[in-house]
Design a protein around this ligand. Structure first.
Ligand SMILES: CCCCCCCCCCCCCCCCCCCCCCCC(=O)SCCNC(=O)CCNC(=O)[C@H](O)C(C)(C)COP(=O)(O)OP(=O)(O)OC[C@H]1O[C@@H](n2cnc3c(N)ncnc32)[C@H](O)[C@@H]1OP(=O)(O)O
Ligand SMILES: NC(=O)C1=CN([C@@H]2O[C@H](COP(=O)(O)OP(=O)(O)OC[C@H]3O[C@@H](n4cnc5c(N)ncnc54)[C@H](OP(=O)(O)O)[C@@H]3O)[C@@H](O)[C@H]2O)C=CC1
Length: 502
């Protein structure tokens, strides 16, 4: 049997961010591989009108948990959802719940965070730094705690080109920053944010870097490890290929491409996009939890969960595979036919943004207005281009992450553990993976039925014909204007006509 799976049996595990992308996959894997675990405590807040119970119910009844439900129909009995809002003092956890957590927890997986790039700094610090600090304090009062695994991001030090498995100094001491966020006025914080974050691209990355410093400085005698994933994407293998339920990261760009909103990719041919499948991240987190608890390394280890060093995914190759998959299985109700221009030239980029993005959106909204419908494409286009400009940073540069600890961890695992908790990305076939990723976005996120593919293809054919007609009309108008104004154009026209005896 797998030693890692056996380790988690009979354990009480606390997960923050269990309702998020990574948290759900982590929980699913734990239930599938260690069905005899004692309990999983999850810190949840009510959201979108759903109570805690309803949120847990919808997760357990989702497709992601279909395998778990088969082997373990009463899985709900092993989840203890505890009300907690990590942005509040004491997280708002009741006294009884806190006592139970403190006395029973064996392992903590801290996945919760705000992952929006440009949240106000005060909120990003509150959630990604202060909440981490409070959780560490809670952890220090847990007599049975064996390991604390903190989820950070491989980009927390993206101001460097080569990133080692260490916590780097961050501009601003966390304590001072936390203090300043408490008493400074929101308007002043907004003004000084660019100065504070320095050469990090946004408040998210900066707050995650500060969070790491807090973990290092305030972890005390706890057994801690930090896992730093790069760009987390859909599942590779488990529980099935292509599962994804959010638009973060590349998902949004792929959807925008499939819907014909985005027709531009500003990358060089050899740019590497450091994707890492979410099930691989979950496996590494669980393996790190086991190693930290059982082997108790003397220093806090940092594990990079990245792909670029071992099996790089080239952006252009990926984009072509996205297009090939969209050709076979198009998304429904596209605004335009999917197509992409690759350019790294700034002027060309602006030109294509105007000509093949903004102008068609304005024309389409005009048409919607004329036909008595609500215009919406310009708004959608602006949102897409805005998101694209924020994500572009992460595909326009190259980073190298050391993976010594990750490789060491793999070498410490038995062949059975390496199979069950596989995070060896060398085995990953990117073309197959990207195809599943696109299909997963269509199925699980857009909720589009495969039966709708013929209609979607028909729709794209109509768009192609409209495009031909539109281009022909524009060409004829331009040509007519040219002939009216230029003798040379008239001569060329007569010459062509004489060739064809017109
Ligand atoms: C042949 C060629 C083929 C071409 C094919 C091309 C295919 C594409 C291939 C692409 C390959 C390259 C992919 C590379 C992608 C790089 C990804 C980089 C990811 C970096 C990872 C860094 C490490 C991390 O830890 S990140 C953690 C993950 N976090 C995120 O990804 C967050 C990203 N999103 C945001 O921060 C924000 O949403 C932002 C900045 C994009 C926009 O913020 P803003 O405040 O302006 O708007 P919002 O209030 O957030 O939203 C307004 C509106 O939009 C809805 N919405 C929110 N988020 C998204 C989203 N991600 N996508 C779509 N829509 C979104 C939101 O609900 C709001 O809707 P309303 O209706 O207005 O309420
Ligand atoms: N996605 C990615 O590409 C990457 C993510 N990471 C890191 O991985 C971790 C998980 O990210 P991911 O799963 O993608 O993020 P999600 O946004 O999907 O999940 C975030 C989780 O945090 C919870 N949370 C946020 N605010 C609060 C709050 N105030 N109180 C209680 N819970 C809260 C959310 O709960 P709720 O459902 O209630 O909102 C949700 O469960 C993060 O630490 C992130 O920094 C690192 C690298 C890349």
């Amino acid at each position: 049997m797998s030693a890692i799976a056996a380790y988690y049996n009979d354990k009480s595990i606390l997960i923050t961010g269990a309702t998020g992308f990574v948290g759900k996959v982590l929980m699913e894997k734990l239930f599938r591989t260690s069905p005899d675990l004692k309990v999983i405590y999850i810190l949840v807040r009510p959201k979108s009108g759903q109570t805690l119970k309803q949120r847990v119910f919808s997760i357990l009844n989702s497709e992601l948990f279909s395998k778990v439900r088969e082997i373990y129909p009463n899985v709900g009995e092993k989840i203890r959802a505890i009300y907690a809002d990590l942005s509040k003092d004491d997280f708002g956890i009741s006294k009884e719940d806190m006592e139970e957590l403190l006395s029973c927890t064996n392992i903590i997986f801290h996945c919760a965070a705000t992952v929006r790039f440009e949240d106000p700094l005060k909120y990003a610090v509150q959630l990604n730094v202060v909440a981490t600090q409070k959780l560490l304090l809670m952890a220090s009062q847990m007599p049975k705690l064996e390991a604390f695994i903190h989820l950070s991001t491989a980009f927390s030090n993206c101001n460097l080109k080569h990133i080692d498995e260490v916590v780097y100094p961050c501009p601003g001491e966390p304590k001072k920053i936390i203090n300043a966020m408490e008493w400074l006025d929101d308007a002043i914080i907004k003004e000084i944010t660019p100065k504070l974050i320095g050469d990090r691209p946004n408040t998210y990355i900066y707050s995650k870097a500060l969070g790491e410093t807090v973990v290092q400085e305030e972890g005390g005698k706890l057994n801690i490890a930090i896992v730093r994933p790069s760009i987390i994407s859909s599942t590779w293998q488990e529980p099935f290929p292509g599962w994804i339920d959010n638009v973060n990261g590349p998902g949004e760009l792929i959807i925008a491409t499939g819907k014909g909103l985005l027709q531009l990719l500003t990358v060089g041919p050899m740019t590497v996009v450091d994707l890492i499948p979410v099930d691989t991240v979950a496996n590494l987190i669980l393996a790190a939890g086991w190693y930290t608890a059982v082997h108790r390394p003397k220093t806090m280890l940092i594990y990079h969960s990245t792909s670029g060093q071992l099996n790089p995914c080239y952006c252009k190759k990926m984009a072509l595979q996205v297009m090939a998959t969209l050709e076979k299985t198009p998304f429904e109700k596209a605004f335009r036919r999917p197509c992409t221009v690759f350019t790294t030239n700034t002027i060309a980029k602006q030109f294509w943004k105007a000509v093949s993005h903004r102008i068609p959106a304005i024309i389409y909204d005009f048409y919607l207005r004329l036909t008595g419908r609500k215009p919406r494409i310009v708004k959608l286009m602006n949102r897409t281009l805005n998101a694209f400009s924020k994500l572009e940073y992460f595909i326009s540069q190259h980073w190298e992450w050391s993976i010594n600890n990750t490789e060491m961890l793999m070498s410490q695992m038995s062949p059975e553990d390496q199979r069950v908790f596989n995070f060896d990305v060398r085995q990953l076939n990117w073309l197959q993976y990207i195809e599943n990723y696109v299909l997963g976005l269509k199925k699980h996120l857009l909720k589009e039925d495969m039966a709708g593919i013929p209609e979607a293809k028909q729709h794209l054919r109509r768009l192609r014909n409209i495009n031909y007609i539109f281009n022909t009309v524009i060409f004829l108008i331009a040509w007519r204007l040219l002939i009216a104004r230029s003798q040379m154009a008239r001569n060329v026209w007569f010459f062509i006509c004489s060739l064809y005896n017109l």
